[in-house]
Ligand binder design. Structure first.
Ligand SMILES: *Cc1c(COP(=O)(O)O)cnc(C)c1O
Length: 238
């Protein structure tokens, strides 16, 4: 989009911030501890540069190779999260790139990431992705028993810090269905916290452009925003 500028991004960001504050207030919180991630997948590097100029430092990408191409020279400047599925054969590159992998949904993936993090001498934050909508085309754990079993093992991986949970809600106009995805993530968070007491467990990553206010009402403290921040949808060609 020809007229995307630092100012446009800043304006969109502050609108999102205001919406977050209002949503947080509804649920008796303040919006101050809700972080906004800029999701730049399918957007060009120029969007990343403008976002940095606008003061944004937290970014998300859903593919390892695209993230590598856009961010490998920026890793000291920004915090980068992987929000898409991680294939095991990309774990080595992922271990060098991301500060946080939000999409851990298998023990084997966590183990592979841990192994390469060790050779990179890095500690990596991870979130466990939960498929709260139970849609078959979505990634994430669905079965509570498997989550409980793997949680223990994943917590034992030395280079990884389990910092919370992530989900993508069902895509529908029916707000009650969206809300129930988010509230079930929050309930699971509380259960896991009680049972395992992971030392750095604090993040509920939920909410995107179309549903982040509902997510914040339900307790999100990390929202992942692309479309609403850049003012255009995906499929844009640089
Ligand atoms: C693309 C994506 C987002 C951002 O989506 P928008 O609707 O553009 O805000 C958030 N989370 C995940 C996992 C995504 O893949």
């Amino acid at each position: 989009m020809a007229n995307l500028s630092k100012e446009v991004i800043q304006r969109n960001y502050s609108i999102i911030n205001e919406q977050i504050a209002a949503a947080a207030q509804k649920s008796g919180r303040t919006g101050e501890n809700v972080r906004i991630m800029a999701v730049t997948k399918a957007f060009p590097l120029s969007f990343v540069d403008l976002s940095i100029q606008a003061g944004i430092r937290l970014f998300g990408e859903n593919r390892v190779l695209e993230a590598d191409q856009k961010y490998s020279h920026l890793l000291k400047k920004v915090e980068l999260h992987l929000i898409g599925h991680l294939q095991r054969n990309k774990a080595r590159r992922a271990a060098a790139l991301f500060h946080c992998v939000e999409s851990i949904d298998k023990l084997e993936t966590a183990e592979a990431l841990n192994k390469y993090a060790e050779s990179e001498e890095r500690k990596i934050d991870i979130l466990i992705q939960i498929n709260t909508s139970m849609e078959e085309n979505k990634c994430g754990y669905t079965d509570p028993d498997t989550i409980y079993r793997d949680m223990e093992q994943i917590m034992g991986l030395e280079q990884l810090r389990v910092t919370g949970l992530m989900t993508i809600a069902v895509f529908t106009k029916d707000e009650s269905k969206v809300r129930s995805c988010f509230s079930s993530l929050r309930k699971l968070f509380t259960k896991l916290e009680k049972r395992f007491a992971p030392p750095d467990f604090s993040i509920l990553s939920m909410g995107m452009s179309n549903d982040y206010t509902v997510a914040v009402e339900e307790g999100a403290n990390l929202v992942r925003i692309g479309t609403a921040l850049y003012g255009i949808g995906r499929g844009y060609n640089a």
